[in-house]
Ligand binder design. Sequence first.
Ligand SMILES: [Fe+2]
Ligand SMILES: [Fe+2]
Length: 407
Amino acid sequence: MKILFLLLFLFLIDYYFFLGTISVFSKNTYAHNFYKYFFWILSIFVYFSITYLIFSSRNIEDYNFNNNNIIFSTIFFIFFGAKAIGSFPLILDDIFRFFKITINLFSKSNLDLSRLVFLKKSALFISATVVSSMLLGIKFGRFNFKKYYSNIFIKNWNYDYKIIHISDLHLGSFKSKDKLRKLVSLINNENADLLLFTGDLVNNHYKEVIPFKSILKDLKAKDGKFSVLGNHDYGDYTGLKRSSKEWKDNFNNMIKVQEEIGFDLLLNESRLIDKDQFKFNLVGVENWGAGNFNKDGDIDLAMKNVDDSLPTILLSHDPSHWRSVILKSKYKIDLQLSGHTHGLQFGVELKGFKWSPVRLRYKEWAGLYSSSKKQIYVNRGVGHLGYAGRIGIMPDISVLKIKNGTT
Ligand SMILES: [Fe+2]
Ligand SMILES: [Fe+2]
């Protein structure tokens, strides 16, 4: 039933966009007919894509590496996105028309109610720009790994220490073993002290890791590799109930596969990292996200065995955990590392300036932030979800140099 409502909603947006733009082309011309058929064939393909995706994500037992889910979800995001964003000039036009109707009614004047040609053409131009940019983002953004370097200062940190922080691999969308090998080699070339992964290893199912297991095993760091779970690692988006055997099997296998690729998965627990007698706490919580996201993260449990005279780094997938819980807590957590936002895979990032629509939802969405002597660093994600590309916000390998100092 929900799917029918979704399809009806998509159809209404399509129909609104179609009615608003078709009159750009004169009737009974080749361009008019071509636009009409092209528009609706494409729309039917989008409806098929979204229906296929909904059913295939629920059928987790038959997960297959060679599935085309990422292609279908990308088609959906490109064409639906183009029409939704392109509708803004038409909405603006309808607001003008509403005022004209009101004036005609009350003043008995006769203002022209037809759409403004300029706004109709703007709708088509914006949609074409969205489609072109998104196609370029697939070709030039999807695997364009970028190293983001940051110096982070922590009090009583008496060692120059290099951490590689990555997040959101989303292996179900990643598809390319060669690109993953390239990523592993870029990380290993840094010869880091520690490798930290802040969750969303998969989209839905532990089997997404299997084809990539031997490559991920090659990731190296002197003092080890540690990880936490992201909201996608629980299998909750498959529609399975947490009490079901299938859900539990998937979750247990998810934990097991992290061990098989050499990651020490921190489930509301901590480790003491001892580097030539320089010590610090590494704490990891399960996913905790504001709003509708699951709240399995338990900072009280995770901090139970922590020596708070030592510096502390926390791994927590969702950055909203920092503002909602960590900043208000009594715990001396010097630095939280998070991911989850992907920087929306879309935005602008120039020297000293960064912007993405995702900042409307997450105040801390990319890079370093601080407040009340606590800091958070948010990785932009190294994989992708939904749309198989990136525009302006590149796949992120964060190279964090931790030094002694105050914020
Ligand atoms: Fe993610
Ligand atoms: Fe996430």
